[in-house]
Design a binder for this molecule. Structure first.
Ligand SMILES: NC(=O)c1ccc[n+]([C@@H]2O[C@H](COP(=O)([O-])OP(=O)(O)OC[C@H]3O[C@@H](n4cnc5c(N)ncnc54)[C@H](OP(=O)(O)O)[C@@H]3O)[C@@H](O)[C@H]2O)c1
Length: 243
């Protein structure tokens, strides 16, 4: 029966990593809720291309919209089993340019990456607790643990997501598992101009290539299907964290 199928909400899933996660989960027979803040037409088309998916427009950085997103997802399918907190933003600022990383930049990045992830997770938690295997996967970055990343506020936001993952995992069990993946450089619209970093990755990382959104989706799916893993942060970076 269709109602027995699990339901996943993937935030920021009209492009890049989120879209690949949605494709992967849909192929595994999971019903998927696609989300973005702006690209609504593309989101509806994308949802229509998957076996069982719907699109909901909502800006995760707005607490009311994040809560509405979860409520509409649950109203549509009657359950929520999986939350993938993927929506994120950054500003490219050299780490040495302290003045450029002003308070407005910090607020914009933290509002989406940290507070948005928190708000969406809090709204989803009661529904995830009712699932036979509720699970949250947060999308961090190699910048969350290494002195790297597009800007200091971005890297700090990802470090916060990683510790949030551990803190939430500590109290969400036994009903809900909370894990994260930390991607390295992944080929998406976001990184299309990161040519110097891409060259560095191809020359120096153990696996000698830039990652694909499908690489990350495989690891997200793996964590979703790992029943005895919680509080983990999995590197998906071709070994970049070893440099
Ligand atoms: N690409 C990499 O190398 C890399 C590496 C490490 C970590 N990550 C992380 O992976 C995640 C996805 O990155 P990506 O490279 O796949 O980016 P992307 O291709 O630019 O996709 C970002 C997605 O998020 C949506 N989005 C943006 N702001 C949003 C908001 N306020 N509310 C809801 N949705 C929003 C976008 O749609 P709209 O703009 O239309 O709303 C789009 O669907 C981010 O958390 C990023 O930090 C990426």
């Amino acid at each position: 029966m269709t109602d027995d199928k699990r339901v996943a909400l993937v935030t920021g899933s009209t492009s890049g990593i989120g879209a690949a996660v949605a494709v992967r989960l849909a192929a595994a027979g999971i019903r998927v809720v696609i989300n973005s803040a702006r690209s609504a037409d593309a989101g509806r088309r994308f949802a229509g291309s998957l076996p069982e998916a719907t699109y909901i427009q909502a800006d995760i950085s707005d607490e009311g919209e994040a809560r509405r997103l979860v409520a509409e997802a649950v109203a549509g399918y009657g359950r929520l089993d999986i939350l993938v907190n993927n929506a994120g933003t950054t500003k490219v600022i050299p780490h040495s340019d302290l003045e450029a990383a002003h308070a407005g930049v910090w607020r914009e990045i933290l509002d989406l990456n940290v507070i948005g992830t928190w708000t969406t997770t809090v709204a989803a938690m009661p529904h995830l607790r009712e699932s036979a295997d509720g699970v949250v996967v947060n999308i961090s970055s190699v910048a969350g643990s290494r002195p790297a990343g597009s800007s200091v506020p971005y890297a700090v936001s990802k470090a916060a997501i990683e510790h949030m993952t551990r803190l939430l995992a500590n109290t969400a069990g036994p009903q809900v598992r909370v894990n994260a993946v930390a991607p390295g450089l992944i080929e998406t619209p976001w990184t299309k101009d990161f040519t110097a970093i891409a060259e560095h990755v191809r020359e120096n990382t153990p696996l000698r290539r830039v990652g694909t959104p499908e690489d990350v989706a495989a690891s997200v799916h793996g964590l979703i299907e790992s029943p005895y893993t919680t509080g983990a942060v999995l590197s998906v970076d071709g070994g970049a964290h070893l440099l």
